[in-house]
Design a binder for this molecule. Structure first.
Ligand code: ADP
Ligand code: MG
Length: 673
């Protein structure tokens, strides 16, 4: 097989078509072979005139010409009308506008194979069509076959692409194996020569299924393998808990969940392995990721290293700095807090302490990695809510040229399919279980008319000393319209709940003000916050039990789940109210009912993937990785797992792909890069 054949080698495809095919990513004949049909046109069965219906006015059968006549057409020229009958004797009129010359071809008594998808039936019961193709033989007409249907662009037609795929298959075959023989056998896959032919020209549904399975598997397998091979190995030994970690754990008012302990151990053994770690810690909102971070930070600090903890907002960074100092100061850990707002002499001293190593742990925003910051011995960077950071920020970190380990934390659970593919270069630790005693948040969908009941039940919560959030969407970056909304609603709520202290919080407030408000909220000097989505990530106030989300229908699932995660963070029962206006779109309905159905972030992420598609969710990492042609991230979990397992086995047994058995894989990988 030669991949060199250009698509312009196909008869009938010239420069102009080639330019259009460029959009579809088809440049070579091999590209054409690897271009999957969108669906298929099943022409196995003949369709006679009696098979047509208004829903499916198509025929594919033999007809015989009975008579013709010609008449001037309305617009110009002559029209030929040929009356034909099918094998059941039903009659159809073929209207050949401006094609009187067809008369010579359609000799009386001659037989043709006709395909048409636009047969009309007049009031008099007579069938007719002006759009049809006539062929001499059944095969030429594609009758008795399943034909591929490709996605089209510009002036490219199905006929051209069918022509091109048939040509490319013929010129390039036989196609060599792309997998080791052992894998074909073990997984009962088709050999590639078969698979490529059958994905375009199957003889039955099973062919389609099996060819797709093979090609999807191959795609996933090669992707997993190339990522695994890039990842540096390193045997991992599991250490034991050190004294300072034990002290920290002993000082907690609760015990660690099994998952927290397991994740901490996994991370620690990575950190001790000698190669920089790149690990993702995922766990649903409220699952207790921060504590795992402090435990492993202690572990690094005990080795004499520095640790940086980065949060996406100043508010969150502040909360974490306070948390860290409450837990870790007594263990002799020297903690600093750094954001863009730390200036002047304070900043100079702080930067000096990072440089000379008198600070062990620094908590802050992305300002941690600004130009003027340098470290003495930074070995671990923990990134909280990593999905909030852009690639640039992560790149900036790398550009510092530090041989640091990275622990990324996220509460936006990544569906397994995505985690296994997109993040194949990361190790993943997962907190599946919530700390014990948590009661799932109860979620209510509240239409505008039911508002009053909601206000009443929240009043009861206030009497119990519990707190609430009222959240309004930030509609645009300016936020003016929604700001007016919060201000107005704050008035409304103050009238509803006279004497209950409250505050308005949004991103336009000065940072100091926000911090003061959140501090007062934590101290219960404030009982409810009226907020824009600034409270979305990370904020941890255990006694807040009510989350009201207004205009819930315009929030995305991930945001709704994050917001709901602000409550249910203790052993108190808590409530989430999703308030919506009248006209809900299909999608909005789908989102809200998912929220009502489940609290499970993983289920929600899967649903999100179904509703929005992988591109959106994957965000930054999307490029390159997700150009899957045959495999689907929403429905091929089984295949992804198989591919991962096979790739891991091969990466371990034959990392250089040097064995004869693996030669096809080496070749296929090379071709991809
Ligand atoms: P997230 O995973 O969303 O970042 P946090 O780390 O903010 O969650 O933890 C949520 C809350 O649960 C915090 O108040 C924390 O102190 C508490 N918590 C963490 N681990 C446990 C545990 N094992 N048992 C009980 N509460 C815990
Ligand atoms: Mg968190």
């Amino acid at each position: 097989m030669s991949g060199q054949g250009r698509i312009t080698d196909v008869p009938g495809i010239g420069k102009k078509s080639a330019a259009e095919l460029d959009v579809l990513g088809i440049h070579t004949l091999l590209d054409m072979v690897r271009f999957p049909p969108r669906t298929y046109d099943d022409r196995r069965d003949e369709r006679l005139l009696s098979d047509t219906s208004p829903e499916n006015p198509s025929i594919a059968c033999r007809i015989t010409v009975l008579s013709h006549s010609q008449f001037p057409s309305k617009r110009s020229g002559m029209t030929l009308k040929a009356v034909c009958e099918d094998d059941e004797g039903r009659r159809i009129e073929l209207l050949c506008f401006n094609r009187p010359f067809l008369k010579d071809m359609l000799k009386l008594g001659s037989s043709w194979y006709i395909t048409s998808s636009a047969v009309e039936r007049g009031r008099n019961g007579v069938y007719s069509t002006a759009s049809f193709e006539l062929k001499r033989t059944k095969t030429e007409a594609g009758i008795g076959r399943i034909l591929p249907v490709y996605p089209l662009t510009g002036s490219i037609t199905e006929k051209m692409l069918r022509n091109a795929s048939a040509f490319a298959l013929e010129v390039l075959s036989p196609f060599p194996d792309e997998l080791p023989e052992g894998i074909y056998q073990r997984l009962s896959l088709m050999h590639h020569d078969d698979a490529y032919r059958k994905i375009h020209y199957p003889s039955d549904d099973n062919d389609i299924k099996e060819a797709r399975r093979t090609l999807a598997f191959t795609e996933l397998f090669l992707m997993e393998l190339s990522v695994l091979r890039e990842r540096k190995g390193g045997e991992k030994n599991r250490g034991t808990i050190t004294t300072s970690e034990k002290k920290l754990i002993a000082s907690l008012p609760f015990s660690l969940t099994d998952d927290q302990l397991k994740a901490a151990m996994e991370i620690r053994s990575d950190l001790d392995s000698g190669t920089p770690m790149n690990r993702l810690l995922q766990g649903d909102v409220g699952s207790g990721k921060t504590l795992v971070a402090w435990i492993v930070a202690l572990h690094e600090i005990a080795k004499g290293h520095q640790v940086a903890f980065m949060a996406p907002t100043e508010l969150l960074a502040r909360q974490h700095a306070e948390g860290a100092s409450a837990l870790l100061s007594s263990l002799g850990i020297r903690i600093a807090f750094l954001t863009g707002n730390v200036k002047g002499q304070g900043r100079r001293l702080l930067l000096e302490s990072l440089r000379n190593g008198t600070t062990d742990l620094v908590v802050g925003t992305h300002a941690l990695f600004s130009e003027d910051v340098s470290f003495r011995n930074l070995k671990l960077v923990i990134i909280d809510e990593q999905h909030r950071f852009g690639v640039q920020q992560r790149e900036a970190l790398k550009a510092k040229g530090m041989e640091t380990s990275i622990l990324s934390m996220t509460a936006t659970p990544i569906p397994r399919t995505l985690a296994l593919t997109l993040f194949a270069d990361l190790d993943v630790s997962t907190l599946h279980t919530m700390p014990s005693g948590r009661i799932p948040v109860r979620t209510y969908l509240v239409s505008d008319e039911k508002r009053d009941d909601m206000y009443k039940s929240i009043a009861v919560e206030f009497q119990r000393g519990h707190q609430a959030y009222f959240v309004y969407p930030r509609i645009d970056d300016e936020g003016e319209s929604s700001l007016r909304d919060v201000t107005h609603m704050h008035e409304v709520l103050r009238n509803k709940y006279p004497g209950i202290p409250s505050a308005l919080i949004h991103s336009k407030l000065p940072e100091e003000e926000k911090i003061r408000i959140l501090h007062d909220f934590r101290e219960k000097k404030i009982m409810y916050l009226v907020a824009t989505s600034v409270v979305e990530v990370g904020i941890d106030i255990p006694d807040a039990t009510c989350m009201v989300i207004e205009h819930a229908d315009i929030f995305g699932l991930a945001a709704l789940h994050q917001l709901r995660g602000r409550v249910g963070r203790s052993t108190l029962p808590s409530y989430c109210f999703l308030v919506f206006g009248r006209a809900l779109s299909q999608e909005a309905k789908a989102r809200l009912s998912v929220m009502k159905e489940t609290n499970d972030g993983f289920r929600i992420a899967e649903k999100d993937l179904e509703i929005r598609g992988p591109g959106e969710i994957a965000g930054d990492r999307q490029s390159g990785f997700l150009k899957l042609r045959f495999a689907s991230l929403t429905s091929d979990l089984d295949l992804i797992e198989l591919a991962r397992a096979e790739a891991e086995r091969i990466a371990k047994e034959d990392p250089g792909l040097l064995s004869l058995e693996n030669a096809p894989v080496r070749k296929a990988l090379k071709e991809k890069n």
